[in-house]
Design a protein around this ligand. Sequence first.
Ligand SMILES: [Fe+2]
Length: 246
Amino acid sequence: MPSRIEKGLETIAAGIMGAVKATKGKLSGLTGVFEHLAREHGEVTALLVRLKASSDPELRSFLFPKIRAELLSHEKGELAEVFPLFARFVELAPFAKRHDSDANKLEALLDELTSLPYTDARWTRRFNDLVAAVDRHATEEENVFFPVASKILGRETTKKVLERYEATKKRIMKSLGTGAKGDANGAQRVETAAKRRSLTKPAERTAPRVATRKSAKKAATPGRAKAKRAGASKKAPASKKKSSPR
Ligand SMILES: [Fe+2]
């Protein structure tokens, strides 16, 4: 590995430690998956800042695939495991919609960067746009979405969501590989399934605290759930009546 990349890595390691320390201050009040996601923001921000400071194509070819895989797996993990849960609470549902639009913009920027040569002047401009977009994403989530969601969902649920998020992110990361192009198909499948789930569970009203999706659904809409069950028993086959809690 060239020495300037090694030097870059040392700076990155120091940057990550700094970003994690800085993030620590913002973590009070965040629990489970939200605390973890905020830490991930700090880590990827350190990589982004490091790469923004350089125009070396070799460092770009070394770091950009890692940043891309990290950002895509983070976004798609959130889309699969975190935001479908938001869609079930009136206070959180608007956050899920806003996140969907931000995630699309972020992905379009990553696609454009992937298609451009590292030596192209447009690469620098688009990368600066990416840094700004990630900063907006992280700031909004950490200052607005996550504190409210931590309060509404409670410690126990956010811990369970963290386990699911980590497993999903690992799966997506594997499907992406670390190549610049990666294989986005696996990630796409996870996202599509998540969107399907969020569309079938619209926001109704707030349940103060939930432990699982099943109990949340029961607490939030007892009348509707009962009516749905009665309807389902007429139309759906027996195997579709029970959807196992995740
Ligand atoms: Fe995030």
